[in-house]
Design a protein around this ligand. Sequence first.
Ligand code: ADP
Length: 507
Amino acid sequence: MTRYILSFDQGTTSSRVMIFDSHGQVVATAQQEFAQHFPQSGWVEHDPQDLWQSSLECAREAIRTLSSKISNFNVTQLSAIGITNQRETTLVWERASGKPVYPAIVWQDRRTADICRQWLPFADTIREKTGLLLDPYFSASKIRWILDHIDHGQARAEAGELVFGTVDTWLIWQLTQGAEHVTDATNASRTMMFDIHQQQWDSELLSQFKIPSSMLPRVCDSAAHFGDLDLGLIDESWTGTIVPIAGVAGDQQAALIGQGCWQRGMVKSTYGTGCFVVANTGEQALTSNYKLLTTVAYRLNGQVTYALEGSIFMAGATIQWLRDGLKIIDNAGMTEAMAENTGYSHSVYMVPAFVGLGAPYWDADARGAILGLTRDSGIQEIVTAGLQAVCYQTRDLLEAMAKDGVSTSILRVDGGMVKNNWLMQCLADTLGVSVERPAVTETTALGAAMLAGIYVGLYSPEQSLLPTERTFECKLDDETREFLYEGWLASVKRIGNNQEPLNISAI
Ligand code: ADP
């Protein structure tokens, strides 16, 4: 009997469900977008019911699609459930009723900058214990804000009436009808309350933040028994079929697993609107000198594998700006032919610091620039420079990671930009490493499915279910590669304030 894994991928703009077979092939999918709420400048909220209902409806649709495709399909063939989710997004709900006391505060939300400023004296402790930089991004200050802004929040939390969860925890609570209040180590590692070395909630930070430990979920391995779903919740006719929730990881960690980056030195880089680079650092939790984040890659059988993580604010967003801001291209796809025409023999650099520069520069005040223009520079050179900037920024991150102690052997890529062959070749040329592009780029959902499949024995750990579609090898000589990169470094220097890196990321 063929067995399947159902994977929830609850993202920032849409919820998706994918069903995988035992070879890691996608056999059914469903996707739903949901509303984004921006009540004030810098605020971003989701309705918790939207997150749950859209996920539930996608599960129903995907299972129905599968049963219509496969004549003798039975829901008992669903062996396990995986969950991956937008990380850091914070929910607080009533333990007794399951009712949220406030909308979900999304990771992008900056309203808690003032709270973080008050926590500045704890910044070093936060860095040492959680591997994170003190920043509104992470869950802790969002919980603090909710408790401060609902009636009797602190008192109710202290009386044990309120519980906290990231999106995985919220979905598991719903799927198990309130029976389980749990999370996994990767999601816990993004809350700014979890000691990634001791693998437990940190009582010192909790007391400094005045967050009662009774609010926090139990932390499990990433492949574990998180609870059981009675499929009757999805469709009454399936009542009595029980499926274990067996794999959970935050989205970037799930992508690392989906990409099969099981060995130290393997790196995955996702090129969407922004870019997230995650490097497997094995059993070692490396502390970065370049303000990269130290985080849990996954935890299997109690054994923690760590990661270093860095991000680029503007990757595909630069291409969007060329299209919608400058209006020099009609669509993202045409950048490939333009760059092919131009090649590397031009002098233009674009530093896309539209919203400042992230790691390793951490210059929140820097702004973008196009440098090196000559009389023969035109649209093609500017577009090419925009693509090259993505590659140079990736190299900045990989160089920082190497100096911190993990050198890249393989870069596995995914996201909307990676279909651009010129960009992938430029990436290999800029980095001097092999760039591997998988056949399927649904790495996030696959990662969660793999964790669940590992737990129920359908997949084995260290396995890669993702065949490589194409490998791009570096074709550039060392001298040219270094010459081009030095031009980038000089360009960044010219736009920055050249001060010491900020002590705190973007508050
Ligand atoms: P997200 O998940 O962040 O919404 P996607 O992974 O869907 O993003 O990727 C979309 C981004 O990729 C857009 O910013 C778009 O400009 C960029 N993009 C899409 N196709 C190409 C292409 N052929 N070349 C360069 N950039 C592209």
